[in-house]
Design a binder for this molecule. Structure first.
Ligand code: PXG
Length: 290
């Protein structure tokens, strides 16, 4: 396997970064998770836009243009003959010294792009649905670390995941300080109620998910009414359908929230339609590797 490290393709074993890199020392950096379907890097432009927005929010200057960054992604996929899989892009503040001041990172940013396979939730959960649990840890507040920044500091989400695991659940429902539903640890949450597709608004503490937005757009095209609003756990418990969306997980049904059975306890009909629609576009919208 070859890794794109600062624009140079190097063998996996040689793709190493300094222990003085502030991405490692302080979680000072941003990342993206992208999928490639049949040689098409799905919605690469949107991922690159989000990457640059995350970087801007933390005042990290990416040394190459968006167009060059797109080319670097294509290069990484091509070098590994990756037609179906997953691309992980990481940009850090770079090498500094032991002191968190970003001014110490004089050598500029470090970036790397890994093009590899992705591991999903086991297939049975796609067929039968997930059971998810609300956790005590709250989603980061926008005033401390805006959840729309896809930063290298994922401890908030990791702590939520640990708590869910401790409860025997594969995934957590994260709520914000005000008690409204934000998202899962690496996925957005959607519900269906009376034929309407609903998802928490971004201000509730959700990542501006590309899968979420794609699904909402597809729903509109299919004539389904969509609403973004503040949602409580009550909305989840009383939903007809519930599912998670994310680049890695795609669309995955949820059949239980905090031990409440959702709808008839089976993956929802609307979710299945949206999932089919989603898979019908994954090979067309994006940037082709060849
Ligand atoms: N919320 C959070 C906190 C995320 O990190 C999503 C929602 C879904 O967003 P997209 O744009 O992917 O629809 C994410 C994305 C991983 C992994 O390795 C995580 C994500 C994406 C890909 C891989 O766990 N998170």
């Amino acid at each position: 396997m070859q890794i794109n490290l600062n624009g140079v393709m190097v063998p996996k074993e040689q793709a190493v970064v300094s222990v003085f890199d502030h991405g490692l020392l302080y979680g000072d950096g941003v990342f993206e998770g992208i999928r490639i379907y049949g040689g098409n890097i799905f919605k690469l432009g949107e991922h690159i836009d989000r990457l640059y927005d995350s970087a801007k929010a933390i005042m990290l200057t990416i040394p190459i243009s968006k167009k060059q960054m797109i080319d670097e992604h294509v290069k990484a996929a091509k070098a590994n003959n990756l037609m179906d899989g997953y691309i992980r892009t990481v940009i850090t503040r770079g090498v500094g010294d032991l002191g968190l001041d970003p001014k110490n990172c004089k050598g500029g940013t470090t970036y790397f792009i890994i093009a590899d396979k992705v591991s999903l939730y086991p297939a049975e959960y796609y067929e039968n649905g997930l059971s998810i649990t609300t956790v005590a840890i709250r989603r980061n507040m926008g005033e401390t670390l805006d959840p729309r920044i896809k930063s290298l500091n994922y401890l908030n989400n990791i702590l939520a995941k640990i708590e869910a695991n401790n409860h025997g659940s594969l995934e957590a429902v994260m709520i914000n300080q005000a008690g409204y539903v934000a998202e899962a640890t690496g996925d957005n949450i959607c519900i269906v109620k009376d034929g309407v597709l609903l998802t928490p608004d971004r201000a509730s503490g959700a990542l501006d998910g590309i899968t979420r937005n794609t699904v909402m757009d597809l729903a509109v095209e299919m004539g389904i009414k969509t609403v973004e609003k503040m949602m409580t756990r009550y909305d989840l418990y009383t939903a007809d359908e519930c599912f998670l969306t994310g680049t890695a997980a795609e669309l995955i049904p949820v059949v239980k929230v905090d031990s409440r059975v959702i709808g008839d306890g089976k993956p929802g009909v609307m979710m299945k339609k949206l999932k089919d629609a989603y898979h019908s576009i994954t090979k067309t919208i994006g940037v082709k590797v060849q």
